[in-house]
Design a binder for this molecule. Structure first.
Ligand SMILES: Cc1cc2nc3c(=O)[nH]c(=O)nc-3n(C[C@H](O)[C@H](O)[C@H](O)COP(=O)(O)OP(=O)(O)OC[C@H]3O[C@@H](n4cnc5c(N)ncnc54)[C@H](O)[C@@H]3O)c2cc1C
Length: 445
């Protein structure tokens, strides 16, 4: 059995960045992923656009995530960062999900990340506070993965959970989670007609007043409230959602529809998730029917792609050495051990009602994410990155978004390099050295 310097579990946005940072720094790095591709929910759940790389004052996420954007731009798979017409965030970054899969695999190969795809992690052996090895299963059977340092990028804190470390899940008051959403792509859209309708009927939409005249810098549409409520009254919209939300894709004529909503799902229970997939299928058909029947530009449209898995906004979060909270976000707070930055408002899709609680009116300034948010209590050589970081339900509803998840991944891979050089545990990695190295590598801390 090979012993790796760093083993990363989960090849989503956060895990890939962690593996790239570690491998580029010379660490023997293994990346384990259950699917046959990289990119996590950005590609499996068609979660586009990435938002936000910018706060209203500056670019808050750079480094390897920005490199990914530039590589996609070179292939025509991303128009770059565009102003957000909804005014929720400063920018949004549309990207082609299929090119993203290809580019991420290329980047991993170039950095000499060892890939173990089609492999699921389901157990952890630890001795005191140290993770010794992780148990995985694949077509060939079961095996143990050994490493000096472990990074849990499963999004669901699977490693932390299997190691018996404390996690939280759901809203503090009742344990309910934000709903799942099956985003789907629609082709054959007359985008000009759609855009014209929005600009001519601003009262029906959430729209930054700057874009009332002169067209939108990107297709981002949140509204059609009347069409939705009429369809609901007619019994044709069985979805706890008050609006249609959709985003343009890099290819003209294609949009991603983020409108289905499946509430009261246990995001780590396969039986609950199976019911959710059935529910999602019915909702996708209902939403597309409404688009064709009632929304300008969709008369000749068709369902182009559905997700590999319905998107999960939140599941387990670790209890870390620090828990990010809403007051930190409101204050745009900085920390001595800040290793990444968030730039998105608190955006809570209601667990039990039809609306969205979003603090977009406040124009979120960017805020620091301490390294301590990635370090579970009582774990010496394990970091948890991406959407399972340590935060309250509210703060998580901002910090969960993809650019920030990617930035925490790069930070964790970098912390592993610092720990390897100092021959210490991940928990002991000096945050000042992590920050210095991240800055050298183009990240924002
Ligand atoms: C409906 C919805 C809308 C969203 N909207 C936006 C948006 O507009 N903009 C934005 O930037 N973000 C958005 N997000 C948030 C964003 O998609 C996620 O928070 C982001 O994907 C987090 O990245 P991650 O790497 O932490 O986790 P994930 O993307 O979930 O990746 C986890 C990876 O780990 C793998 N994995 C899981 N368990 C195991 C295991 N046990 N063994 C091996 N592999 C495993 C998975 O297959 C996956 O590849 C949205 C999310 C959802 C669901």
């Amino acid at each position: 059995m090979t012993r790796h310097d760093v083993a990363v579990f989960g090849g989503g946005p956060a895990g890939v960045m962690a593996a790239l940072a570690a491998a580029r720094g010379g660490a023997r790095t293994l990346l384990v992923e259950r699917y046959g591709f990289l990119g996590g929910q950005s590609v499996s759940s068609l979660v586009t656009p990435w938002m936000a790389f910018h706060s209203f004052t500056r670019q808050a996420v750079r480094g390897i995530p920005q490199e990914l954007v530039e590589r996609l731009m070179a292939l025509g798979g991303c128009p770059g960062h565009l102003p957000d017409p909804l005014g929720v965030a400063a920018t949004l970054t549309p990207f082609d999900t299929e090119l993203t899969k290809l580019v991420l695999l290329r980047m991993a190969a170039e950095a000499k990340v060892e890939l173990l795809l089609y492999t699921f992690a389901f157990g952890v052996e630890r001795q005191g506070e140290r993770v010794l090895r992780v148990r995985v299963a694949h077509k060939g059977g079961e095996e143990w993965i050994e490493a000096s340092h472990f990074i849990d990028a499963t999004g669901d804190a699977d490693l932390a959970h299997h190691a018996g470390l404390q996690t939280r899940s759901g809203r503090e008051s009742d344990g309910l989670h934000q709903p799942l959403t099956a985003i789907f792509k629609v082709g054959g859209v007359d985008v000009e007609a759609l855009e014209r309708h929005v600009v001519d009927h601003p009262g029906e939409f959430v729209l930054d007043p700057r874009y009332l005249r002169g067209g939108m810098p990107a297709i981002a549409i949140s509204g059609f409230f009347d069409a939705v409520s009429a369809a609901r009254e007619a019994g044709r919209f069985p979805i706890a959602r008050d609006r249609i939300l959709l985003f343009g894709l890099p290819r003209r004529g294609e949009v991603a529809v983020n409108t289905t909503r499946i509430q009261r799902v246990d995001p780590v229970d396969p039986r609950s998730l199976s019911l959710a997939e059935v529910e999602a299928a019915g909702q996708i058909l209902a939403v597309h029917r409404l688009l064709v029947d009632a929304i300008p530009g969709f008369a000749r449209s068709f369902i182009l792609q559905t997700p590999v898995q319905t998107g999960i906004r939140e599941s387990r979060r670790i209890v870390g050495l620090y828990e990010l909270c809403a007051a930190d976000l409101a204050a745009g707070r900085d920390f001595e051990d800040s290793i990444a930055r968030g730039a998105f408002p608190i955006d809570i899709h209601s667990p039990d009602r039809t609306g969205v609680d979003c603090e977009s009116g406040k124009r979120q300034s960017d805020y620091g994410i301490p390294l301590r948010c990635l370090i579970p209590k009582e774990a010496a050589n394990l970091l948890v990155v991406g959407r399972a970081l340590s935060a309250t339900f509210e703060a998580h509803a901002s910090a969960r978004i993809t650019p920030t998840a990617m930035a925490t991944g790069q930070a964790a891979g970098t912390a592993a390099l610092v720990a390897l050089a100092a021959r210490c545990d991940l928990r002991e990695a000096d945050p000042r050295l992590v920050r210095e190295r991240l800055l050298r590598d183009g990240a924002v801390v």
